[in-house]
Write a protein that binds this ligand. Structure first.
Ligand code: AMP
Ligand code: ZN
Ligand code: FE
Ligand code: FE
Length: 281
């Protein structure tokens, strides 16, 4: 079983990288990708925990914003972690998340909701990429809501009056930066329409031209119709089709390996990186 999209407590997941690797081993996965939001800080710990037959793919999920303001997530896999352009892009996005959280907190306060940046910092693991899930955890701590899920449903979703976007590269910029760093780019859950506005079918050709390698088709946030439409686009543009769990530990319902990537699709994707960068114990 191949799972190419998971999170740890280096961003908004709840498992440490080592716990994630252990869980993948226990579930018998053959390939696991670690793809925290806008950071590679979990790579080393994941690598140290690796053993037995599991193959590890180092990656990141890059937050992007189109020029029309549509939020897009781009998975970068198998890129050179030391690439400066790549690390600059990730760092700029992480930095932009701080003023964004301050603005969201101000809006929540103006709406009469009790939360401070200190509350958010106190629930966020040190060094983790700051995100809405940490604001959600602070709201749970303050008794405003009872779970992350409720926080998103009631207050933090993309169409909420409390939502603020953060500075982020365009999807095309992210794709070319990933490719220049030797990696492969797979667009994550592109038709997850319940999260907010999404791309249209005609937006995929410019991404392909920028170097996009694949589309995450099988994801719990896609309906069957959305999966079929994406698979058609992937076939038309000759892109790899992936599936993945987007596992976040106890932060979300998604279970490891609940969606997976077929071996042949994975082999093609891996062959499109500039080097063999899969890690084996
Ligand atoms: P951000 O990157 O700060 O905009 O926050 C987006 C993150 O929130 C994504 O990683 C999602 O996995 C997470 N998220 C979105 N909806 C929910 C939800 N209902 N429950 C828990 N996490 C969610
Ligand atoms: Zn997340
Ligand atoms: Fe995502
Ligand atoms: Fe994700």
């Amino acid at each position: 079983m191949i799972d190419l999209h998971t999170h740890t407590n280096c961003s908004d997941g709840t498992d440490t990288p080592a716990q994630l690797v252990n869980k993948a081993l226990a579930e018998g996965l053959s390939v696991l990708a670690i793809t925290d939001h806008d950071t590679t800080s979990g790579w080393q710990a994941a690598q140290l925990a690796l053993r037995a037959e599991l193959s590890l793919v180092l990656g990141a999920e890059i937050s992007c914003l189109t020029t029309n303001g549509v939020s897009v997530h781009m998975l970068g896999l198998l890129f050179d972690g030391e690439n400066l352009q790549m690390q600059n892009m990730l760092e700029n996005t992480r930095d932009g998340r701080i003023p964004r959280a301050h603005k969201m907190i101000e809006l929540l306060n103006a709406g009469g909701i009790d939360i401070t940046m200190e509350d958010v910092e106190s629930v966020k693991p040190a060094g983790a990429t700051l995100g809405r899930p940490h604001i959600a955890d602070a709201l749970v701590k303050n008794g405003v809501v009872s779970s992350r899920d409720e926080a998103f449903t009631d207050l933090l979703h993309n169409n909420s009056p409390f939502y603020v976007a953060h500075m982020a590269p365009t999807p095309e910029d992210a794709v070319s930066t990933i490719r220049n760093a030797g990696g492969v780019a797979v667009i994550a859950h592109p038709f997850a329409s319940h999260r907010g506005e999404v791309l249209s079918a005609h937006d995929f050709l410019p991404l392909k031209n920028a170097g996009l390698n694949g589309i995450e088709v099988n994801h719990r946030d896609h309906s069957n119709e959305e999966r079929n439409a994406l698979a058609d686009i992937a076939r038309e543009l000759d892109l790899v089709i992936t599936g993945a769990s987007d596992y976040h530990g106890t932060g979300k319902l998604n279970s490891l390996g609940e969606n997976h990537t077929h071996q042949a699709e994975w082999e093609r994707l891996e062959s499109e990186a500039d080097q063999r960068r899969v890690i084996r114990a």
